[in-house]
Design a protein around this ligand. Structure first.
Ligand SMILES: Cc1cc2nc3c(=O)[nH]c(=O)nc-3n(C[C@H](O)[C@H](O)[C@H](O)COP(=O)(O)OP(=O)(O)OC[C@H]3O[C@@H](n4cnc5c(N)ncnc54)[C@H](O)[C@@H]3O)c2cc1C
Length: 484
C-alpha cells in the first residue's frame, strides 16, 4: 500500500452536497480530495432520483399529449409497446450533460478525485477501496460526509427489483407496467403515481394517512387528490397500509389492512429513506447517527466529532438537493472559519412535481394556526388568469397568507402549471420582508401566470375590507379602494 496522501479537506460522496462542498473549499484555496464510490458523480440527484424522475415527468407530459389535451381537445395515448427506456433516451442525454458539467466544475476548482468506497481508519484518515485496485489512504484535518440516503426497506415484504420495486429500481424496469400499486402518499409516491398514470398505467395509491403529502396546505392537498383521481384516474386508499403482499407468476397480490385486495404488475414502495453511512466505520471514530442512520449534526453541520462535518441527505430532513448544496457550503465555511456563508436560508421553497405541480414557501394556514398567529389569505384561480387560459393550464390556484394588520407576507402555496418556478417570486418577497403592497404595485408582464400574485393580493385586501367592516377597530390599509 502506498504512503498516505494529505489534503486540507476530504469529502466523501460526489452528489450535490459533496460536489458543491468540495468546490466551496477549493474556491478558497484548500487542497480537496473528493471520493465517490459510483463510476459517475451526481449521486441520487443526477443518477437515480431528481433528474431522471423529472425528465420522465416532462417526457410523459410531452409524449402523451397530456399537457395539450385540455387545449386542443385531443386524446393521445402512449403506444402499448413503448418501454421506459424509450422515455429514458432523453433522460440519458440530460444525465450525460450533467456529468460533463460536474466534471468541468471539479476540474476548474483543481479538486483531486478518487473513485472507490471510503471508510474511516481513524478520525483523520480514510481508506478508499475499489475492486481490482490497490487501496489508497488519504488523510486530512477536515472531513465532509455527504453519502446521501437510500430507500427505507419496507417491513413485512421484500423489494425484489422486478415486481416489488423502490425508487432506485423503478426507473430500470424494462416495460411500462399496465398496473401499479404505489405504497406511500408522500412526495415521491405522489410524483411517481402521477407520472405513471400519465403514461397510461392504472395506478392505485395506498396511503397510511388520510391526506396526501400531509404537511401541505390542506387546500393544496385536497386539490392534488382531486386532480389525481379525476384527471389521472388514480385510485387513492387513505388510512390504509399493506397487510400482506405475495408475488406469484410475476404479479403482486396485496391485501390492505382494511381488508381490500388488489392485484398489480408492479408495487412501488415509497415509504421513506434512511441514512447511507453504515459502511463508513463511523462507530469506530465516535460519529453519532440516529435510529434511521442519519448523522447527527449541530447548527454548523459538525458531527459529534467536530472536525468531521456532514451535509445533505446523510443528515436527513429536508432531504432536498437544494438544501443539500447549501448545507455543504455552510458546513465548509464553518469548518475553515470562512466569513462567507454562515447559515442556510430558513426560507426554503418546497416543490412537488406531481401533475399538477405543487409548491410552497414559508408558512401555511395550518402552520400559522398551530402557532396561534393571526393571518388572512388571498387567493386566485388560474382559471381567471389569461395566460392560464391560453396555455390550457386553468387547473389550480395561488394562495397568499399574510399578517392581517401590516399585510406582511407569511407564505405562498401554488397548485398548477409552473408552480415550481412561480414560487420563487413569493420566496423573494418573503426574504425581503415584503407585504401585499409589492404585488399590488408591481407591473407584471401580461399575459403571465405570475400576474396571479397580483389578483391573489387584491383578493386578500378585499377579505381584509370585509373584516374591517365587521371589526371597525382594526387598523388596515384595506380601507383604501382596491382595484380588481
Ligand atoms: C426519486 C427521487 C426524486 C427526487 N426529486 C427531488 C426533487 O425534485 N428536488 C429535490 O430538491 N430533491 C429531490 N430528490 C432528493 C435529492 O436527490 C437529494 O436530496 C440529493 O441527491 C441529496 O444529495 P446528497 O449529495 O446529500 O446525496 P446523494 O445525491 O445521495 O449523493 C451521495 C453520494 O455518496 C456516494 N457514496 C455513498 N457512500 C459512499 C462511500 N462509502 N464512499 C464513497 N462514496 C459514497 C454515493 O455513491 C452518492 O454518489 C429526489 C430523490 C429521489 C430519490
Amino acid at each position: 500500500m502506498s504512503a498516505p496522501e494529505q489534503f486540507d479537506l476530504i469529502v466523501i460522496g460526489a452528489g450535490p452536497a459533496g460536489e458543491k462542498g468540495a468546490a466551496q473549499a477549493a474556491y478558497f484555496g484548500k487542497r480537496v480530495c473528493l471520493i465517490e464510490r459510483a463510476p459517475r458523480p451526481g449521486g441520487a440527484a443526477v443518477n437515480t432520483g431528481t433528474i431522471p424522475s423529472k425528465t420522465l415527468r416532462e417526457s410523459a407530459l410531452h409524449f402523451t399529449g397530456l399537457r395539450q389535451r385540455g387545449l386542443h381537445a385531443i386524446d393521445v395515448r402512449v403506444r402499448p409497446d413503448i418501454t421506459i427506456s424509450d422515455f429514458m433516451r432523453r433522460e440519458r442525454s440530460v444525465i450525460e450533460t450533467e456529468w460533463d458539467i460536474i466534471a468541468q466544475n471539479i476540474e476548474r476548482h483543481g479538486i483531486t478525485t478518487i473513485q472507490g468506497a471510503a471508510r474511516f481508519l481513524d478520525p483523520h484518515s480514510v481508506e478508499v477501496t475499489r475492486y481490482g485496485t490497490e487501496p489508497r489512504i488519504v488523510t486530512a484535518p477536515h472531513f465532509l460526509i455527504a453519502t446521501g440516503s437510500v430507500p427505507l426497506a419496507p417491513s413485512g415484504y421484500a423489494v425484489d427489483g422486478q415486481v416489488v420495486v423502490d425508487s432506485d429500481s423503478l426507473l430500470i424496469l424494462q416495460h411500462i407496467p399496465s398496473s401499479m400499486i404505489v405504497v406511500g402518499g408522500g412526495v415521491l409516491g405522489c410524483e411517481f403515481a402521477c407520472m405513471f398514470a400519465a403514461l397510461g398505467t392504472r395506478v392505485t395509491l395506498v396511503n397510511a394517512r388520510s391526506r396526501l403529502i400531509s404537511h401541505l396546505d390542506h387546500e393544496a392537498s385536497d386539490a392534488l387528490r382531486q386532480a389525481m383521481t379525476a384527471r389521472l384516474d388514480i385510485t387513492v386508499h387513505g388510512n390504509s397500509e399493506i397487510g400482506e403482499l405475495l408475488v406469484t407468476d410475476g404479479r403482486a397480490h396485496v391485501t390492505l389492512t382494511d381488508g381490500i385486495t388488489l392485484d398489480a404488475d408492479v408495487v412501488l414502495v415509497c415509504t421513506g429513506r434512511a441514512g447511507n453511512a453504515s459502511s463508513l466505520g463511523l462507530e469506530m471514530i465516535g460519529v453519532e447517527v440516529d435510529d434511521r442512520g442519519f448523522i447527527r449534526v449541530d447548527e454548523r453541520f459538525r458531527t459529534s466529532v467536530p472536525h468531521i462535518s456532514a451535509a445533505g441527505d446523510a443528515i436527513g430532513y429536508p432531504a432536498l438537493a437544494s438544501a443539500a448544496i447549501e448545507q455543504a457550503r455552510v458546513a465548509i465555511c464553518h469548518a475553515f472559519e470562512l466569513q462567507y456563508k454562515r447559515r442556510v436560508s430558513d426560507i426554503l421553497p418546497y416543490a412537488v412535481w406531481t401533475i399538477p405541480e405543487v409548491a410552497v414557501v414559508g408558512q401555511t394556514e395550518e402552520s400559522l394556526a398551530a402557532r396561534g398567529i393571526p393571518y388572512e389569505t388571498g387567493r386566485t384561480s388560474f382559471r381567471l388568469n389569461p395566460r392560464g387560459q391560453i396555455l390550457g393550464a386553468t387547473e389550480g390556484f395561488l394562495k397568499l397568507v399574510f399578517h392581517p394588520e401590516d399585510q406582511r407576507l407569511f407564505g405562498v402555496t401554488i397548485v398548477g402549471e409552473g408552480a415550481c418556478e412561480l414560487i420563487h417570486v413569493g420566496m423573494t418577497v418573503l426574504a425581503y420582508g415584503g407585504t401585499l403592497d409589492y404585488f399590488i404595485q408591481a407591473a407584471f408582464t401580461f399575459p403571465s401566470l405570475t400576474d396571479a400574485y397580483k389578483y391573489a393580493a387584491y383578493d386578500g385586501l378585499q377579505r381584509l375590507q370585509r373584516r374591517v367592516a365587521k371589526l371597525p377597530g382594526l387598523p388596515s390599509i384595506a380601507r383604501e379602494v382596491v382595484g380588481d
